[in-house]
Design a protein around this ligand. Structure first.
Ligand code: ADP
Ligand code: MG
Length: 339
């Protein structure tokens, strides 16, 4: 779904076209591309089939690009392939066909060591069930991600506090998860996902365990991070959460379809992070995404338009690495390292 690139599902010659901006090479494509229009995720005829027996084609051949700074929601019923896609994007599985690049790195072809580094430094994960260590404070939970990303110890505390500030939770830095509300726990998890400045924030049902009011708060927070430059991929069942994304992609029977590209809806007014709490302020105006006509159902191909330019130097924005462990299912299974 890039300019000159295929939209999603399907196969055929069009899907194998490369856009002019595509860096050459297959493996490590020469230093992660940077700049406002750099692709963060590129699927090129990527597919995944569970071996079985019987084999299950859980993700049909798919080509799409998610650019730096985009906010994308992926929705689909149970069994449609969401987890399969997430496992591919989270580098837990490799495509059985085609390729996936994250930040310009062909992660399907990369050796395990490099895949682990991409997971640790370039992707921040947020899960439905938070995955916080129960006997560690908020700040310790955040700092754990830095341990796995090899952040020097002397910098960890300040960086973790900055991440907590970014989600409006610096005043709860020394609280245990049991003393936090669900929404606060998820904010800690988001701070943990952000602390190493990932290229991509990947959220799997981030509001699945939250009540309606807290869901709105969290959605406001995600949106403020997006406006500040974060690249977000949010898998969600919640139409309200999906509606706040710039792009909505539906997945059904392993096929992805672009269903909307509306600009981000206005904030709900639900309490977000306190003003001045360190959350980057949105830029005054955000250029429009491409017109929805390009992404209507049944018209899976849309010309790729790069996302709007982003506020430079913002903490949620890449350029620098992200959370280590945050591998799906990871944090709560890893003890806190003895420092
Ligand atoms: P979702 O997360 O949207 O509920 P999944 O990605 O888990 O969907 O599943 C997509 C399809 O792949 C489903 O038909 C599911 O039954 C199948 N599937 C998932 N995991 C496996 C597996 N380990 N082996 C075989 N089939 C699987
Ligand atoms: Mg699933």
């Amino acid at each position: 779904m890039t300019g000159g690139e295929p939209a999603m599902p399907g196969s055929g010659p069009a899907q194998d076209r490369q856009d002019p901006g595509r860096p050459p090479g297959r493996h490590r494509t020469a230093g992660a591309p940077s700049g406002p229009a750099a692709p963060v995720i590129r699927l090129s005829s990527a597919a995944f089939t569970y071996r079985g027996p019987p084999p299950v084609a859980a993700l049909k051949p798919t080509s799409m690009v998610i650019y730096r700074g985009e906010h994308v929601a992926i929705t689909g019923p149970s069994g449609s392939g969401k987890s399969t896609l997430l496992n591919l994007l989270g580098l837990l599985d490799k495509p059985t066909q085609g390729s996936i690049e994250i930040d310009g790195i062909d992660v399907g072809a990369a050796p395990e060591r490099e895949r682990a580094a991409v997971r640790a430094h370039r992707i921040g994960f947020v899960f439905q069930s938070f995955h916080l260590l129960p006997y560690r404070t908020s700040i310790e939970n955040v700092m754990l991600a830095q341990v796995y990303a090899d952040e020097p110890r002397r910098r960890r505390h300040a960086a973790a506090m900055a991440a907590l500030t970014q989600v409006g939770l610096e005043h709860r830095a020394h609280a245990l998860p049991t003393a936090l509300s669900g929404g606060e726990r998820q904010r800690v998890a988001i701070a943990r996902a952000l602390v190493n400045r990932p290229a991509l924030l990947m959220c799997d049902e981030p509001t699945g365990n939250l009540d309606t009011a807290t869901t709105l708060e969290l959605t406001d927070l995600l949106e403020s991070l997006h406006r500040a430059g974060a690249t977000l991929v949010v898998i969600t069942h919640n139409p309200t959460v999906a509606a706040r994304a710039q792009r909505q992609i539906a997945i059904r029977d392993g096929e992805l379809t672009e269903i909307s590209s509306a600009t981000t809806a206005p904030p709900t007014g639900a309490p977000g992070p306190a003003p001045g709490a360190g959350v980057p302020q949105p830029p005054p105006a955000r250029p429009e995404a491409p017109p929805p006509a390009d992404r209507t159902p049944g018209n899976p191909t849309r010309p790729e338009a790069p996302p709007p330019d982003r506020t430079p130097g913002n903490p949620a924005h890449p350029e620098a690495p992200p959370p280590a462990d945050s591998a799906p299912g990871g944090l709560d299974t890893l003890g806190f390292p003895d420092e």
